[in-house]
Ligand binder design. Sequence first.
Ligand code: IVH
Length: 681
Amino acid sequence: MAEKISEEIKKKMGKLVKELNYHNYRYYVLDSPVISDEEYDKLYRHLKELEDKYNYILPDSPTQRIGAPPLEKFEKVKHTEPMLSLDNAFSHDEVKEFDRRIKRLLDTEGEIEYTVEPKYDGLAIELTYRGGFLFRASTRGDGYEGEDVTQNIKTIKSVPLKIEGGSIPDEIDIRGEVYMDLDEFEKLNRQREKNGEPLFANPRNAAAGSVRQLDPSITISRKLYLACYGIGTVKGMNFRSQSELIKWLKESRFPTPAKVEIAKGINKVIDAIKEFEEKRGDFSFETDGAVVKVDDFGLQQKLGVKTREPRWAIAYKFQAHQGTTRIKEIHGSVGRTGVITPFAVFEPVRIGGVTVSRSTLHNWDEIERKDIRVGDTVVVERAGDVIPHVIMVIKEKRTGKEKKFPIPEKCPVCGSKVAREEGEVAVRCVSLHCPAQVQEKIIHFASRGGMDIEGLGEKNVELLYSRGLIKHFEDIYRLKKEDLLELPRFAEKSAQNLIEAIEKSKHAILAKFLFAIGIQHAGEYAAKLLAKNFKRLEDLYKVTPERIMSIKQMGEKIASSISAFFNDQKNIDVLNSMIKLGLKITNPDFISEKKGEMSLEGLTFVITGTLPKARNEVEDLIEANGGHASSAISASTSYLVVGEEPGSKLDKAKTLGVKTISYDELIKMIEKKTKNPGLFD
Ligand code: IVH
C-alpha cells in the first residue's frame, strides 16, 4: 500500500521532476549538460523511489518515458489540420520562379521575407499538447490520419513532456521530424549486420522503423532526435510568423532545426540555400534539401494551399545522391599493382544530375558481405563528387534469377592465375606480363632499391610504354640507342647514358633482382632470405609454398605469393628471356648447407692484369662465395688477384702490404673450404 502523501512531498517531487527535465533539456536539446550522468541518475532514482512509495506520478515525470507495455496495434489519429507535404524545386531558377509566383499572387513587388531551414530526412510527427502537457504523438500517415505513437515518442528524450516557459497555449499541435543521426544510423546498421538482421537503407527508414514499433523498448534502444518546425491547430495563442514560432519553440525547450536563416528577398534565399548545400556534410544528420517558407503567417494564410502542398513553402532539393537501379553485369578490373577490383555495370540511372552506369564494388569481401549478385536491384549513392557506390541490395526485389559472382580464378586482362592470400581482401594478378601492371612494375624494377637503372624513372617508363618500346618487363633489355633517339626526351648523351645504365644493371645480385621483380609481399628482406636459401634464380622455378615456408621467418602469406609467382609459366618465360638478353645474376648471399663455411666470407678482392676468365665472371665467382670484389685497392683489401701484365695496382699492393695471389690460388681457396663452387659448375 502506498503511503499517504503530504503537500510537502508533492512539492519536493514537483521540484525533482522540474530539475530532471531541465537537465534532460540541457543534455538532449542543447547538448550541453551541467551535471554528470551519475548526479542525474541519483536524482532520477530519488524521484522513482518517491513515486513508488507514494504512488504519485506527475504527468511530465521522466519516469513516464519508459516502461509502457507493447501494443497490439496502433490506434488511428485524425489530424485536426492536415499535415501537408511540400512542393519541390530542383534548381535555383525554380526557387526564383516560386518567389515570382508568390509576388504575383500577393500582388506585390516588395521583397518577401522567407525562412530557410534544413529539410530533415526522417519521419514527420505531430505532438499534441493540452494544458501544456504532451497529450499525444502521432505519425503523419496519409496527412489526414496517422497512428498514435505516443508511447514511442515519449522515449525520445528531447521531446518535452511539458511545455516550459512563459506563454503556454491551451492546446497546440507541434509538428516536426523524428530522425536518426548519421553516426547512430551507421552504428545501428553495423550491429544489425552482426546480428544477421536486414540493414536499413537510409536514416529515414531507420527512424521510421524505430518509431513504428509496437514495443517501445525497441524504440528506446534507438537514439532518435526531433526537430520541430511547424504547427497545426493552436488554441489560446497566436503566432505571427515562422521566425516567431521558432523563437517560441526554443524558449519552450523544443528542439528546433539546426539552422534557421531569415532571408529578405529571393537572392538572400539563394545564398542561404547555397550555404546549406555546401555545409550539408557538416550536419550530423541526413538532409536532402532546404525548406523555404514565407515567414509571415498572415501572408501564408493569403497564399493558401493547393491540393496537398502549401503555396507558401517549397523544398529545394540538393543534388540527389541516391538512386535505385539494377546490376546488369559484374566484372573485375586490374589495377597497376595487379589488384583485381570488382565493379558493377548498372542500368543507367540519374543520380544528382549525372548518369551513373557503373560503380566500384571495392573488393570481394564487400560483395559477399552485402551479398551483391548480378541482376540485383541496388541502392546506389553518389555523395558530392565522390565516386558512386552500392549501398545495399533490395532483397525484396529478387526474383531468384540473380547470380552470385565468384572470385575470378583468372586475371580478366591477361588470363593468368590469380592469387589470394589468407586473410587478405585483395585478389591479385601475379603475372609479370599483365599489361595492366607492366608500367608500375617496370618503374619499381628500375628504381634505386631494385636494379638501380638511372634514367629509367616514372616519366621515361611512361614515355617508353606509350611508344610501345617497352610492352613487357624484359623489353628493357631490348632497348637500343636508336630507339631512344627517336623520342622527344632523348638526345645523344641521355640516350647513351640510359643504354649504359641498362647494360650495367645486367650484372645483378640475386637478392636485388628478386626484390626488383616485385613479387607481392616480397620486400627487400624477404628477397635477401630467398637469396640466402636458393643458390640460383632457377632453383626457385616451380617452388612450392612448403619449401618457402621451411625457411625460418617466411610466413604462409608470402610463401603462397612467391610460389604462385614462380609457378606461373609466363613469369618463368619472362625471366628466361631476360637471361637470354644478357642478364647475369650472381648470388653472394647464398649460404651453403654448411653454414659459415662460405670460403671467401669477409674477404675483399681486387683484380689486376688478365685472368684466364673474364674479369666480370671472376668477380661474380668471388661474390658467389661470400667475398667482395672491388675495383679500388686499399689497406682493407684482403687479396690482390694478379693476372698477366698486371697494372699499377700491384705496386700499390706492395706499398700497402696487401697479399697477392694468382687466379689458381683463388680457385684453391674456394674449393678448399666450400662445397659451393660457384658459377662454373
Ligand atoms: S514544413 C506544409 N519544414 O518534409 C509544410 N517540413 O516533403 C510541411 N520536412 O512532410 C512541413 N524538414 O516531413 C517542413 N524544416 C522542415 C522540414 C520538413 C523535413 C518534411 C516533412 C514534410 C516533408 C515534405
